[in-house]
Design a binder for this molecule. Structure first.
Ligand code: AMP
Length: 201
């Protein structure tokens, strides 16, 4: 198996560990991780115009408008380090964003190769988010906001898996287990699809 550009998306409910696993997998495959949540949080922390525009939306657990989010992703994907593959974390998150991404990638003659879905039961996600709230004090990890974010996931994000499923690119992985166990399952699922990692996961 030779390493070739791989374009990945990682999807999972809040608290599924997708952020942590996304970083691991991106490192293993030698590609940049593009996390819209991280981009927004960094802009909020730096007090940029974008940060000021999105702060209250993120704090409430709602989705940032599609046009704004898609523009952020397009800019990031246009950076040279994303030419030979990337891992998207948290985008697309609804059907409109799937269309935006399709259109953008088509213009580059590219497409997503695999969509990794981290399957974690709702109760487990909630328990992990409460733990993170205690440890990191994120404004969007309160009970009310957690419930809002999980219902957005179920109503808006889960349906995108139907679209990617018809393309045959969805790899569902059991997200319950240690970090190493789950990372190992993701790498195995990608290798089974013919994608070779470039470093130890
Ligand atoms: P995350 O860290 O992926 O859970 O993202 C944190 C927050 O950023 C979300 O609750 C949304 O407010 C916002 N966000 C991240 N990605 C998107 C997206 N693709 N579309 C809209 N809003 C997003």
């Amino acid at each position: 198996m030779t390493a070739r550009p791989v374009r990945l998306l990682i999807v999972g409910p809040q608290g599924s560990g997708k952020g942590t696993q996304g970083v691991r997998i991106a490192e293993a495959f030698g590609i940049p991780v593009i996390s819209t949540g991280d981009v927004f949080r960094a802009n909020v922390a730096e007090g940029t115009d974008l940060g000021r525009q999105v702060k209250s939306i993120i704090d409430a657990g709602h989705l940032v408008p599609d046009e704004l989010t898609s523009a952020v992703v397009r800019d990031r994907l246009a950076q040279p380090d994303a030419e030979d593959g990337f891992l998207l974390d948290g985008y697309p998150r609804n059907l409109a964003q799937v269309l935006h991404l399709d259109e953008y990638l088509e213009g580059r003659d590219e497409q997503l190769d695999a969509v990794i879905v981290l399957a974690v039961p709702r109760e487990e996600s909630i328990a992990r988010l409460h733990k993170r709230a205690a440890e990191q004090g994120r404004a969007d990890d309160t009970d009310e906001v957690i419930a809002a974010r999980l219902s957005i996931y179920e109503n808006e994000t889960a349906p995108i898996l139907g679209v990617y499923g018809t393309r045959g690119i969805v790899a569902e992985v059991d997200g319950v287990g240690s970090l190493d166990e789950v990372a190992g399952r993701i790498v195995d699922a990608l290798e089974a699809r013919g994608f070779a990692r470039s470093a130890a996961a």
